[in-house]
Design a protein around this ligand. Structure first.
Ligand SMILES: NC(=O)c1ccc[n+]([C@@H]2O[C@H](COP(=O)([O-])OP(=O)(O)OC[C@H]3O[C@@H](n4cnc5c(N)ncnc54)[C@H](OP(=O)(O)O)[C@@H]3O)[C@@H](O)[C@H]2O)c1
Length: 190
């Protein structure tokens, strides 16, 4: 069982523009081909976590309140934890658990729910950073798009040096570079 941050990113390390647009991602030639590895990845996932901006993007972009069957097509019955301090709309019929608990407590629930499968941290970057701070992030798979944005939602706004990151694989998928890193434990003080 591993806890995996799997995301697309720009070359300069942004998940989205400052106004949360992913148009730069969908504009990449052959963007669909780059998703070819996604079904196999998802098959190994037993629990999902994301922050509220990411959830609201999905709700709006895919009109999930009106078309909840799309959620079922992608995530099926995988339990999904959405981190928020607010009341947000629920996708009808989806196993979505809103939480503002500490990531350690939520991670324990996710691991139990996932069983032998992996945990997927979808983002955003600071939420994944909270898991990394707690030593709960095992793997980063960043699919780098041929685009820079200059500003936006950061990939992982933390300092994690080469002592903790080890490059495991590099795959070219059309115009994308899929980089996978193993993440070591944070150094304990003293
Ligand atoms: N390129 C990709 O493949 C990809 C992947 C993922 C995301 N994205 C995009 O990247 C952007 C990420 O947005 P973002 O940086 O704002 O990150 P986010 O993690 O999606 O949302 C951040 C929000 O989540 C809530 N939150 C975070 N940690 C929490 C905690 N411990 N407890 C309770 N609530 C917590 C807070 O909002 P509230 O408490 O106010 O609700 C916070 O403002 C979005 O536009 C998303 O669509 C792109």
């Amino acid at each position: 069982m591993a806890t995996i941050y799997n995301t697309a990113t720009t070359l300069d390390g942004f998940l989205a523009t400052p106004d949360n647009s992913l148009d730069w991602l969908f504009a990449v030639e052959g963007a669909d081909d780059a998703e070819s590895s996604f079904p196999a990845f998802l098959a190994g996932i037993g629990a999902v976590a994301m922050g509220s901006t990411t959830y609201e993007w999905l709700l709006e972009h895919e009109a999930l309140v009106d078309e909840p069957q799309k959620w079922q097509e992608w995530y099926a019955d995988r339990p999904t934890w959405v981190f928020t301090h607010r009341d947000l709309p629920v996708v009808p019929g989806a196993d979505i658990r809103f939480t503002a608990e500490d990531v350690r407590a939520v991670h324990a629930q996710m691991v139990e729910a996932a069983g032998s499968r992996d945990v997927w941290l979808m983002g955003g970057g600071d939420l994944v950073g909270q898991f990394a701070d707690a030593g709960l992030l095992d793997t980063i798979t960043a699919t780098v798009a041929p685009a820079t944005l200059g500003s936006g939602a950061p990939l992982l706004p933390r300092v994690i040096g080469p002592g903790r990151l080890r490059l495991v694989s590099v795959e070219q998928r059309g115009q994308f570079a899929e980089l996978t890193y193993a993440v070591g434990a944070p150094k304990t003080p003293g």
